[in-house]
Design a binder for this molecule. Structure first.
Ligand code: PMV
Length: 354
């Protein structure tokens, strides 16, 4: 019997949206109600590392997340696996006696081991890095000949935000207009070197898992929030154009104004949802006040903030000097004692856009 195991390991960073995705027009294909823009973090900080293996001795597909076996039966995993399998190419390693033909991918089973180096499902976009890494590593394993945008459309079917992690730098997820989702893909706006003065600091306010998953939160917002409809139709399209300009020109004042306004509107939509969804807590609100006061007192913005589906603050400092001052401020106002809920700080080195 054939005894070989063939495996590939990949590492994928997470991304943080500065113009948020919130709301699906198609829940199965994961098609959004608006475009979004994000920044991909430095691969060494918040990331997922995934090893995928194939062997004729595996009798079924299995996956372990952070060392614990999880079920692959959900449609998100099944859709990603099916899409990638259908595109598998030929793999040959004469030395190891491995020869896999295109048609074999339908029969061969996979073992997948994935690790996040940060809290899972705590509103730190763990699913973004996770599904991007899954699709990327499987594409490598199966010798799939598709560019990053095509792969992004597959990762999107695992988790919407995952499509943006297939690229570094600044990335736009175009909502697309086709029913089959083939034009709902990520495109790179600027690479990781374009604006590398920026430093991202993530203040982990709580690493507890969120109470409302983004999937059910979005569904409830789409069904009940009028503000969401106005946001998707009237507000975001203009903001996307302005944000693209701000990124192109490295215009930090506009970048900050747009990021903060968009984060606040996303959380306002959550409040406008019935029943209301609370992702931020008192500590999050205090961080916002602190940054707003600081930016006002300086006359020109120094730090942008954005919050995803959780209380943790993503703070983007205009440069390294400001980042150091910001950290000092955070440590002064939120001393990390064991009895506070401000547990730790994750600091992006040099720039997250290395
Ligand atoms: O891709 P999901 O289902 O994890 O949704 C992510 C939603 C936000 O993180 C709140 C916003 C975004 O654009 O990433």
């Amino acid at each position: 019997a054939e005894k070989w195991v063939y495996m590939v390991t990949a590492q994928t960073p997470t991304n943080i949206a500065v113009i948020k995705y919130w709301g699906k027009r198609d829940e199965v294909r994961i098609l959004p109600v608006n475009d979004s823009i994000s920044v991909t973090l430095d691969p060494d900080h918040l990331c997922t590392v995934t090893t995928v293996a194939v062997s004729p001795s595996f009798d079924r597909d299995r996956m372990w997340l952070n060392g614990k076996e999880i079920s692959l039966s959900g449609s998100r995993y099944q859709n990603c696996l099916r899409e990638i399998r259908g595109r598998g190419g030929e793999v040959e390693d004469k030395e190891k006696g491995i020869k896999i033909e295109k048609k074999d991918w339908e029969k061969l089973h996979l073992h997948i081991a994935s690790h996040n180096n940060f809290p899972t499902a705590a509103g730190l976009a763990s699913s973004a890095a996770g599904f991007a890494c899954l699709v990327f590593s499987l594409a490598k394993l199966m010798n799939v000949d598709e560019d990053a945008s095509h792969l992004s459309a597959i990762a999107r079917q695992g988790s919407g935000s995952a499509c943006r992690s297939l690229f570094g730098g600044f990335v736009k997820w175009e909502m697309g207009s086709k029913e089959d989702g083939s034009d709902s893909v990520a495109v790179q706006l600027a690479d990781e070197k374009h604006w590398n003065d920026l430093v991202i600091i993530i203040a982990v306010v709580s690493s507890r898992q969120k109470e409302t998953s983004s999937t059910s939160g979005m569904r409830e917002s789409v069904e009940t929030s009028l503000l969401l409809q106005n946001r998707a139709k009237e507000v975001v399209p203009k903001r996307i154009l302005q944000m693209e300009e701000a990124i192109k020109n490295r215009d930090f004042a506009s970048f900050t104004q747009l990021s903060c306004a968009d984060s606040n509107q996303f959380h306002a939509v959550c409040l406008d949802t019935s029943p209301p969804i609370f992702y931020m807590n008192d500590t999050s609100h205090r961080i916002i006040s602190l940054v707003e006061k600081w930016n006002r007192s300086e006359g020109t913005p120094q730090v942008a903030y954005t919050f995803d589906a959780g209380p943790n603050a993503v703070l983007i400092a205009r440069n390294r000097k400001v980042a150091v001052q910001l950290l000092q401020g955070l440590l002064y106002y939120f001393p990390p004692k064991s009895d506070t809920d401000m547990k730790s700080y994750v600091v992006g080195d040099k720039s997250i856009l290395k």
